[in-house]
Design a binder for this molecule. Structure first.
Ligand code: FAD
Length: 503
């Protein structure tokens, strides 16, 4: 895709920085809510969605907390905490509702190109882990969001679900698995490209590729001056806007710092890079049809939970294992090694040092991961596929995640693994920091942002009606209302071409 800037508006209503799934979602919602809005979108690369939102840079899991064990920690009394899992499962349903709306309106077509059913499985071994998984299953299935989840300790049954994980395994090893058939694999890159293709054709919207936002400055009248540089021609351009969304992924922290808003003080970033093993043997790829998530190794960050994952990318089935975490000072895959040092400022050096000291085991873990030999990586894979051979897999680089470091009154600074919207009190600017659960919850994140930054309009009858049309369960609780969930899943399954489930 070449630059698609079709008009120059130096005074737009909205500036979106970065062309990943977050800006796409916000831009799409805003244009549906208020079609006369003018929006300028800037992307520093020569294509949209080439960083984290691209299919090969993330795991494509429609995070619904069906299989991810890090969303259901075990409490000291041995019981399993499920509040976070419920929140994430509900958030994913909101994404399904919005995507179904886009399909029903013909805004995006052929949903099978970006979302397909892929069973979500959790898989563990060892008595303690089996005990934990059983408790997790019992706790989750009390809520209708998780109805349909299956549990098994029988190697033969687990082998039917996913033969690669049982073949060659010690028959005396205690194993257990859960399975949710309505789990999904999502090509977030394809979805994002389709949304931008539609958006850039709308009146009042302009998308400029190869354009990097270099500076953001508050003006006396409350608006923001945005300085943009054309990375191809070198030309600079200034714009004035009443609202900016910094959806620059790993580049967001740097721009938040430039804005100087007091709400952004004290934030830092801790970059974690990733790699996958990608299977090269079509016969092996064909034999696996699930996303199999395990337990993170002790001391490892939650987002490095290993998984053996069926993917469907550009209509082709693939098999990934990973991610293997690593450390790089870059904040973007296409970023600079100076990203981390340049992000350190007087206002965040304290929280960053405090978080660094508390997370020495994490740093050590990342260094160990970087130093892994191919045989070490194979051994990790063999935990999930005992018959794996190195020659059937190749190593690929995944996207870069920047975990949030923030001030903490007690500890000085803490490292967080979620996402965080940071916005100015007047709602004129917002930035999205962090990585997980990420793209799957983009719709819930943007609904929250609309409430904060467009508070008055969000409460208007016109916006409320449109929000209900786009996301029918908006403002209601899918976790508490089984009938509403059934209706929602039925509708979204039909629109997106997915399996239904009896709730
Ligand atoms: C290894 C890995 C696995 C993941 N797995 C999953 C998963 O299974 N499921 C899931 O839901 N999520 C997953 N995620 C998270 C998900 O990918 C991200 O949350 C999501 O893609 C972030 O979207 P974004 O739009 O904020 O950022 P991005 O997609 O990174 O887009 C930001 C854009 O901003 C541009 N940009 C940066 N600086 C500037 C600037 N100054 N001017 C102009 N443009 C700029 C960048 O070039 C980029 O195109 C994963 C992430 C990683 C790295």
């Amino acid at each position: 895709m070449n630059t698609s800037k079709k008009s120059v508006n130096n005074d737009p209503d909205v500036v979106l920085i970065g062309a990943g799934i977050m800006s796409a979602t916000l831009g799409m919602m805003l244009k549906e809510l208020q079609p006369d809005l003018t929006i300028e979108i800037f992307e520093r690369l020569d294509v949209v969605t080439a960083e984290s939102s691209d299919a090969w840079n993330n795991a494509g899991t429609g995070h619904s907390a069906f299989c991810e064990l890090n969303y259901t920690p075990q409490k000291p009394d041995g019981s399993v905490e499920i509040n976070k899992a419920i929140k994430i499962a509900e958030s994913f349903e909101l994404s399904r509702e919005f995507w179904a709306y886009l399909v029903e309106k013909n805004i995006v077509t052929s949903p099978q190109d970006f979302i397909v059913n892929t069973p979500h499985m959790s898989f563990v071994w060892g008595n303690d882990n089996v005990d934990y998984l059983k408790k997790r299953y019992q706790a989750l299935t009390k809520n209708h969001l998780f109805k349909g989840m299956l549990y098994s300790e029988d190697p033969a049954e687990i082998g039917e679900w996913a033969p690669l994980i049982t073949e060659g395994r010690d028959p005396n090893e205690k194993i257990a698995a859960t399975r949710m058939d309505i789990g999904t694999d999502v090509n977030f890159g394809e979805l994002t490209r389709r949304i931008f293709n539609y958006l850039k054709g709308l009146p009042g919207v302009s998308l400029s590729l190869n354009h990097e936002v270099r500076d953001i400055d508050r003006q006396r009248d409350g608006r923001w001056k945005i300085e943009v540089k054309n990375r191809k021609g070198g030309k600079k351009r200034d714009l004035l806007t009443p609202f900016v969304f910094i959806g620059a992924g790993g580049g967001s922290l740097h721009l938040l710092e430039k804005s100087g808003i007091k709400e952004g003080k004290g934030f830092g970033g801790f970059p974690v890079s990733g790699q996958w093993l990608v299977c090269t043997d079509p016969a092996i790829i064909e034999r696996h049809q699930a996303k199999v998530y395990g337990k993170a190794a002790v001391g490892s960050p939650p987002m490095s939970v290993p998984h053996l994952d069926t993917r469907v990318i550009d209509g082709k089935k693939a098999l990934l294992f990973g991610p293997y975490a690593g450390f790089s000072t870059k904040f973007l895959k296409n970023g600079s090694y100076l990203d981390l040092p340049k992000s350190i400022k007087l206002n965040n050096i304290g929280p960053m040092m405090a978080a660094g000291i508390q997370n020495i085991p994490l740093t050590k873990y990342l260094i160990d991961q970087v130093r892994q030999s191919p045989e070490d990586r194979l051994n990790a894979l063999k935990d999930y596929m005992p018959s794996a051979r190195l020659e059937d897999w190749k190593l690929e680089v995944a996207g870069q995640r920047v975990q949030v470091i923030k001030k903490d009154p007690k500890k000085g600074g803490i490292l967080e693994f979620g996402t965080e919207v940071v916005s100015a009190a007047d709602g004129s600017i917002a930035a999205l920091l962090g990585a997980s659960p990420g793209a799957s919850t983009s719709v819930a994140i943007m609904l929250d942002l609309l409430k904060r930054c467009f508070a008055e309009k969000s409460n208007s009858e016109a916006w409320q009606n449109k929000l209900q049309e786009m996301i029918p369960s908006y403002g209601k609780s899918l976790a508490k209302d089984a009938a509403l969930l059934e209706k929602s899943r039925d509708r979204t399954a039909r629109a997106l071409g997915l399996n239904g489930v009896e709730v």
